[in-house]
Design a protein around this ligand. Structure first.
Ligand SMILES: Nc1ncnc2c1ncn2[C@@H]1O[C@H](COP(=O)(O)OP(=O)(O)OP(=O)(O)O)[C@@H](O)[C@H]1O
Ligand SMILES: [Mg+2]
Length: 407
């Protein structure tokens, strides 16, 4: 018997999963004491309740009851071991569980489970000794078994708690790492910003000189080579100026002056401007205007126009020649929703999060600031900007800005 107990002790103390351990205790107990059924009731000190999660054969639901009731309650309170041969006539016996489960309890051996400090952590109960009643020897084995089980339960709980703490620590560490990455990113952009605004002014001053080529053009109106080269120089200058403007916008913290503007008019005017854009040469831009709307929004006209141009240009860059870009405007609750839809290459899923990042571009001539600027401008208008995209079928950019309400 002692050998059996040692074997059980080794088995129990090597199981670290609390639920599996309880099941193992119950299975081993029925075999060791040669009884029909066993249960473990753990003590929940904060609620002064006993609860049981498992029981051989019986439903696996949790049973809970006050430590002031039943046989297990009595054992938990007093620390006494009880043998009851005729439970149905015992004043502590709760017949309800039997009547619920259909089980008939003939006799009970109920033992307190104490941890190393002697504190009661639960009650261990064996029911219906096969072909006999529980005797003093069963009692002693059950007590030894209960002590081993108590130690195993406590150490499994400790390991479980350690695991939980470790997971919490791991999560906290991950959050910290992410926060740090964000800070580093912000720092980087702040430095780029400072640098950019420092050189911005200087470059623009120097670029002034390039305007001298205008004079050269006029001097040689019939020289085709000079006309072509100077044209290239002027175009390059314009691109640099645009880039500097974008960088300036990107670094400036902004509060814009805003006025109520009719978005129908603004969209139509923007499309008109885009007709002069070489990149949009063969693309048809269609605005499905709803003339019944009075789409007023409190905006900085130039900034929102810049957003529209950015998005239309992006759509144009992604579109095959001779395709169309469609623009819709509708009211959604208290907002205006502008949709800019293209039938172009789409944005692959793996870069969908990145396109908003400053300096992210897939174009050889892009600076990758367009969408970052759009987002900042829209957020500055208490709006939202997002997109839906499917590779090879196209992209829809959505802009939502609050409708203007006259007070
Ligand atoms: N409508 C679109 N269809 C497909 N890809 C798009 C679309 N709009 C944006 N993109 C992708 O998002 C990237 C980032 O766009 P963003 O406007 O920020 O920069 P960019 O257009 O590359 O350069 P720029 O600063 O000159 O605007 C683009 O390079 C492109 O890959
Ligand atoms: Mg762009």
């Amino acid at each position: 018997m002692l050998k059996k107990l040692v074997e059980i002790a080794i088995k129990l103390t090597s199981e670290t999963d609390p639920d599996r351990l309880l099941q193992l205790i119950i299975d081993s107990a029925t075999k060791l004491i040669n009884a029909e059924r066993a249960s473990v009731f753990l003590y929940d000190e904060s609620k002064k309740e006993l609860y049981s999660k498992v029981g051989t054969g019986v439903n696996q639901e949790e049973i809970r009851f006050s430590v002031n009731s039943g046989i297990a309650g009595y054992v938990a309170r007093t620390g006494e071991t009880l043998i009851i041969d005729d439970p149905y006539n015992h004043h502590l016996f709760n017949k309800e569980i039997d009547s619920k489960t259909g089980f008939i309890t003939r006799n009970i051996l109920s033992v307190p489970m104490k941890n190393i400090e002697g504190k009661i952590i639960g009650v261990f109960q064996v029911l219906n000794k096969y072909s006999d009643v529980f005797d003093q020897e069963d009692c002693e084995y059950a007590q030894a078994f209960a002590s081993i089980s108590a130690v195993a339960i406590e150490s499994a709980r400790l390991i479980d708690e350690q695991k939980r703490q470790y997971e919490l620590l791991q999560r906290a560490y991950k959050e910290l790492q992410e926060a740090q990455e964000t800070i580093i990113k912000q720092e980087k952009f702040a430095i780029i910003g400072q640098l950019a605004s420092g050189i911005n002014h200087e470059i623009k001053n120097q670029l002034g000189v390039v305007m001298a080529v205008e004079a050269i053009r006029k001097m040689f109106p019939d020289n085709q080579k000079i006309q072509l080269y100077t044209q290239l120089i002027l175009e390059a200058r314009n691109r640099i100026v645009n880039l500097l403007d974008e960088i300036k916008d990107f670094t400036k913290s902004k509060t814009y002056e805003k006025q109520p503007i009719n978005l129908n008019d603004l969209i139509k005017n923007t499309i008109h401007l885009c007709q002069f854009d070489k990149d949009l040469d063969t693309i048809k831009i269609i605005f499905y205007e709803d003339i019944n709307l009075k789409p007023f929004a409190l905006i900085n006209r130039d900034k929102i126009q810049q957003v529209l141009i950015n998005l239309i240009r992006n759509a144009g860059h992604a579109s095959p020649p001779k395709s169309k870009i469609e623009i819709f405007l509708e009211k959604v609750e208290n907002d205006w929703l502008i949709k800019i839809k293209d039938y172009g290459s789409g944005i692959p899923e793996e870069i969908q999060d990145k396109v908003w990042e400053p300096f992210f571009t897939t174009k050889t001539t892009g600076t990758g600031l367009g969408l970052d600027i759009c987002k900042k401008i829209i957020e500055n208008h208490d709006g939202k900007i997002w997109f839906e995209s499917k590779v090879n079928s196209g992209t829809i950019f959505y802009i939502k800005i609050p409708a203007f309400v006259e007070l």
